[in-house]
Design a protein around this ligand. Structure first.
Ligand SMILES: Cc1cc2nc3c(=O)[nH]c(=O)nc-3n(C[C@H](O)[C@H](O)[C@H](O)COP(=O)(O)OP(=O)(O)OC[C@H]3O[C@@H](n4cnc5c(N)ncnc54)[C@H](O)[C@@H]3O)c2cc1C
Length: 594
């Protein structure tokens, strides 16, 4: 099934959820206007549909393979990557002093959605390079930046992120990889990292690994972790590619999905020790890596949107063609496309509405990221940074849960064919399933939201955000468009539910009942995502009403579907947060032991 870049939906979301016109008018996004946005999206959409989308099935079937110690990516992969980077796509939002085009995150994220929709495995590689570029740009010394950033920004070299070890996944404090300082200022790295995406391949002439490791005598736990840059090939004094560093891919994982993305077990320093350089300060590696992880988390949220969009397009196409059953009054031998059955209609509408809600949350987060970096006023930058911190776990976890849900519904819409690989719906479902797991599991995102983000600014950050959601509900109530005005009570009720759950969690944390808050974290994040998503859709609908002389267009209709189908659950989720924790905490431990 071909991929159709949803440019109109993306632009609508950028304009209404990310408030691009406001950012442009205020000069925050220097040099960007609607014409530039349209041409970037059109060009990227064409490349995604024509060059990348055909790789999706090929990569799923061929897998990346480890042959005689070399990682081979599927046919067509390397050539397409080179065409892609030569067209300047890798450099789009890279820092301009190192050859990037310096475009804002809002546009960078929108374009990333196109790459990942076309082929999730393909889009993953650059997502990691972007994160590595961000981390180096912010914390590396000038020499490392000068040496490595230009080629990473252009995409000539790719970047990776090496955190996970066999015994240290979520709990990075347990990691054991060691880094020993040398007289020449370099370090020798020794250890094993697992599950490293794009850890090895020959798509680029070099791969720049960012590796977490411990210095000798480093404090135990997360306070003793440092960040190192470890290239696959060392560089000669003139900057050309030199000898191979002491690192290798020992195996490739056999996975449920994203088969084309090489997921590597990386061995560092099996001989003399892999040579690397410290990035930033000693023992502050986890903080530095968090720079990369926050961007990467939003990037993974965008992957959730991307796979949801692709699965929706596939289901819409199938449901328009597949004929089964009759509607009232039809002759016995006639059949209708399944899209006409109310239950299938509901599935298809929910797929569209959920995808748009997840997209809106991610783009709204990207807006704050841009403001945190580009606003002229220091206070505005600080306020935006706090909003980024609040929204990032929601963008990552809600959007990736939606990716899985929508891909699963898409499979359901296909009936039996959904389970048959040839139809393609199954691949989206398999590919989507990693998204709630990597880049910090969604459970960990929920815990981050509740324990670290709700207390931000003494609770003022979440209070301010809920205030903005309430203001939208109030504006919707006075809309002249009756369908839209009709969902105001649902928005108001959902806001009240979010406020109730937020207050409860705040009290639980303050009174030291941390486990009660932890047990309610995942339903709370879901509640947060539903209310935020419904609100952004309502804002988009209001903009549509204004622009189309009060007609109930597609955005009004989808905002209503979302509000009426999903928001009644808000109060129930709040009750789960407030009253459900004890049932989990009081249950006999033997119930959850093998
Ligand atoms: C395909 C793929 C690609 C990946 N790419 C990369 C990569 O490029 N670089 C990299 O460094 N890593 C990568 N990873 C690793 C990935 O980020 C980890 O798998 C993930 O962080 C979870 O760690 P774990 O697998 O050790 O699970 P565990 O940490 O063992 O967690 C298992 C379960 O327990 C829960 N849990 C654990 N601790 C807690 C806690 N304190 N509180 C509540 N719940 C908890 C988790 O939420 C999860 O549900 C990749 C993984 C895969 C499968």
């Amino acid at each position: 099934m071909t991929y159709r870049p949803p440019i109109e939906d993306i632009v609508h979301s950028l304009n209404t959820a990310a408030g691009l016109p406001d950012l442009i008018a205020r000069g925050v996004l220097e040099g960007v206007d609607q014409a530039l946005l349209a041409s970037v999206l059109e060009e990227a959409g064409r490349f995604a549909a024509e060059a990348i989308a055909p790789l999706n099935r090929v990569g799923d079937l061929a897998h990346s393979q480890l042959i005689d110690g070399r990682v081979r990516v599927p046919d067509g992969w390397t050539e397409t990557y080179h065409r892609w980077r030569e067209a300047g796509w890798n450099a789009l939002s890279g820092p301009s002093e190192f050859g990037g085009q310096g475009l804002p995150q809002t546009i960078g994220m929108a374009v990333s959605e196109l790459w990942s929709s076309a082929c999730l495995s393909f889009g993953l590689g650059p997502t990691l390079t972007f994160g590595a570029v961000d981390a180096l740009h912010m914390v590396a010394n000038d020499e490392l930046k000068r040496t490595y950033l230009p080629k990473m920004v252009s995409g000539q070299w790719m970047g990776t992120m090496n955190l996970t070890e066999p015994h240290a996944g979520t709990d990075l404090g347990a990691l054991k990889t060691r880094a020993v300082p040398q007289a020449d200022g370099s370090y020798r790295i020794t250890g094993t990292k697992i599950f490293i995406s794009y850890g090895d391949h020959e798509m680029t002439e070099n791969i720049i690994h960012l590796v977490l490791a411990r210095l000798p005598n480093a404090p135990a736990g997360t306070r003793g972790i440092s960040l190192f840059l470890v290239p696959k090939y060392l560089l000669n004094p003139d900057g050309s590619i030199g000898r191979r560093n002491d690192l290798r891919c020992a195996r490739l994982e056999n996975k449920l999905g994203i088969h084309a993305s090489p997921t590597c077990e990386m061995r560092y320093g099996e001989n003399e020790g892999a040579i690397g350089w410290l990035v930033g300060e000693e023992n502050r590696g986890l903080n530095h890596m968090f720079i990369m992880m926050n961007r990467a988390r939003l990037g993974v949220g965008i992957q959730g949107v991307a796979i949801a969009e692709r699965a929706t397009q596939q289901a819409l196409a199938y449901a328009s063609e597949r004929k089964q059953g009759r509607t009232a009054g039809m002759s016995a031998d006639a059949m209708v496309p399944i899209a006409e059955h109310p239950d299938v209609r509901r599935n298809l509408l929910m797929m569209r509405a959920l995808t748009m809600a997840a997209r809106a949350i991610c783009y709204a987060t990207a807006r704050e990221l841009d403001l945190s970096e580009r606003a002229s006023d220091r206070n505005e930058r600080a306020r935006a940074a706090s909003r980024v911190a609040l929204l990032t776990p929601v963008a990552k976890a809600f959007a990736t849960d939606i990716g899985v849900e929508v891909a699963s519904t898409g499979l359901q819409v296909h009936g039996g064919m959904g389970f048959i690989e040839d139809a393609g719906a199954a691949q989206h479902y398999r590919d989507a399933r990693i998204l709630p797991i990597y880049e910090g599991t969604n459970g960990v995102q929920a815990i981050d939201l509740v324990t670290r983000k709700l207390p931000l600014e003494g609770g003022k950050a979440i209070e301010g955000y809920i205030g903005e959601l309430q203001a939208t509900a109030l504006a919707v109530r006075s809309s002249t468009q009756p369908l839209l005005a009709g969902i105001a009570p649902l928005l108001e009720g959902a806001n009240a539910a979010l406020e109730r759950a937020t207050r409860f969690l705040g009290r639980a944390l303050q009174s030291g009942e941390t486990d009660v808050a932890l047990a309610g974290a995942t339903p709370y994040l879901r509640l947060f995502g539903l209310v935020a998503g419904a609100t952004y859709l309502a804002r988009g609908a209001a903009a549509e009403v204004e622009a189309s002389t009060h007609r109930a267009g597609h955005h009004v209709q989808l905002a209503c579907v979302f509000a009426r189908q999903m928001l009644p659950a808000a109060d129930g989720l709040a009750t789960t947060v407030v009253e459900g924790a004890q049932s989990v905490l009081a249950a006999d431990p033997s119930l959850t032991r093998a």
